[in-house]
Each structure stands twice: as structure tokens, then as C-alpha cells.
Write a protein that binds this ligand. Structure first.
Ligand code: 5GP
Length: 215
């Protein structure tokens, strides 16, 4: 009798650089149906191995600012080294309407903005197992300069203090366990009463009439 809400769920994932959130998210979308990552616009330079349109849409500062003016973003923020990052609204809304769950891998400021606009979003924070492990992950991935590693490490300290603003926290010790945990969170969210209640109540009279018609 309960008709499920057919809309996808908006899942916001944050965590300090080096906590492994990208790996967890990539494995998650390969292991579940009907779920995708939103592709953000950014003004930062493309890194080796990254693909335009897949990892990010790489655009100029001018283009980004024009998009801000025309209200194209669900949220945007200036993250590391003063570069813009933003989530295009149209893409996200279209996918959610199609019943596809959408993951936003965004920073804390962006998450705060999404929280103001969408009270149906789920907020997940990925935590490194320890600051020592975070340090070695940042150094070993060799994508940042020493100065950038120091900046990201300092930011990580501040970010971890914000964990209580999220709905769920996952300590990313073993990737496979984190992926399972995140998948369980999404399943649990899909069974939340406040996601189905409206539809159930909305159809109640109609259902009673239909079922009791022949008595
Ligand atoms: P990176 O440059 O390492 O790819 O990403 C740096 C940070 O930007 C990460 O913390 C990532 O979560 C965040 N980020 C990526 N896309 C967006 C976005 O669309 N909006 C916001 N607010 N942050 C983003």
C-alpha cells in the first residue's frame, strides 16, 4: 500500500583531502544501480589523468562568474587556492526527477549551502582513520606541492571539527567497508518514513475507496 517516492536521493559527501572520499564514491557508484556523481564546474587546472566532463567541467573564471550571475549553481564555493567549484543545478534536478540518486562530492561550505536549500539531502562525512594516515595519503598521492599538502592538512583539522553538522560519519579505514556502509546508509534513507509519508497519506482516500468498493 505504500507507494515509494520515485525521486532519487541527493547525497552530499564531504571530508578532508586525502580521506579517500573519491575512491569510496567511485566504488559505490560501480556497485549500485541508479546512482551517479554530479560533475562540478571548476576554475582549477586539470590534473594529469583527469578528463574534462568526467572529473570536472574545466571552465574559466569569467565563465564561472557569468554562471553565478545567471543562478546556474545549486551551490558554489571558493576552495583551495581561491579556485571556484560549483554544482550545476539543472543536471542534479533532472537526475533526481528521473529517480537517480546523485552524489555531490563537495566541501563544507558547499554542503552548508545545500543544507539551506534542500532539507531532503543526506549529509555524509568521510573521516580519515588518523591524522598520521591522512598525512601519508596526501604525500603519497603526489598531486600537490609541499605547500599545498601543508595547506590541505591544516584545512583538514578545521573540517574535522565540523563533522557534527552531518547526518552520518564514516571512518575510512578499509575502503570496501566504507563502501558497504555508505550503501547501507542510502538503503536506510530510502526507507525513511518522512520520504514516503506524503505519498501514502495523499493516496489514502483513493485506496480505501478502491479496496472497499465491493462491500
Ligand atoms: P580537488 O581540487 O582536490 O579535486 O577538490 C578540492 C575540494 O573541492 C574537495 O574538497 C572537493 O570536495 C571540493 N569540491 C569539488 N567540487 C565541488 C563543488 O561543486 N562545490 C564545492 N563547494 N566544493 C567542491
Amino acid at each position: 500500500m505504500i507507494k515509494r517516492n520515485e525521486q532519487g536521493i541527493l547525497i552530499v559527501v564531504s571530508g578532508p583531502s586525502g580521506c579517500g572520499k573519491s575512491t569510496v564514491n567511485k566504488m559505490l557508484i560501480n556497485s549500485r544501480k541508479n546512482i551517479i556523481m554530479s560533475v562540478s564546474d571548476t576554475t582549477r587546472a586539470k590534473r594529469n589523468g583527469e578528463i574534462n566532463g568526467v572529473d570536472y567541467n574545466y571552465i574559466t573564471k569569467e565563465e564561472f562568474e557569468k554562471n553565478i550571475e545567471s543562478d546556474k549553481y545549486l551551490e558554489y564555493a571558493k576552495v583551495h587556492s581561491n579556485k571556484y567549484y560549483g554544482t550545476p543545478s539543472d543536471f542534479v534536478n533532472k537526475k533526481l526527477k528521473e529517480g537517480i540518486d546523485v552524489i555531490l562530492e563537495i566541501d563544507l561550505e558547499g554542503a552548508r549551502k545545500v543544507n539551506e536549500k534542500r532539507n531532503d539531502a543526506v549529509f555524509i562525512f568521510i573521516m580519515p582513520p588518523s591524522m598520521e594516515i591522512l598525512k601519508s595519503r596526501l604525500i603519497n598521492r603526489k598531486t600537490e606541492t609541499k605547500e599545498q599538502v601543508i595547506e590541505r592538512f591544516k584545512t583538514a583539522y578545521k573540517e574535522i571539527n565540523e563533522v557534527s553538522k552531518y547526518n552520518y560519519v564514516i571512518v575510512n579505514d578499509k575502503i570496501e567497508d566504507s563502501v558497504k556502509r555508505m550503501s547501507s546508509i542510502i538503503d536506510a534513507e530510502k526507507s525513511r518514513v518522512d520520504r514516503i509519508e506524503d505519498i501514502y497519506l495523499g493516496n489514502e482516500e483513493e485506496l480505501i475507496h478502491e479496496i472497499l468498493m465491493d462491500i
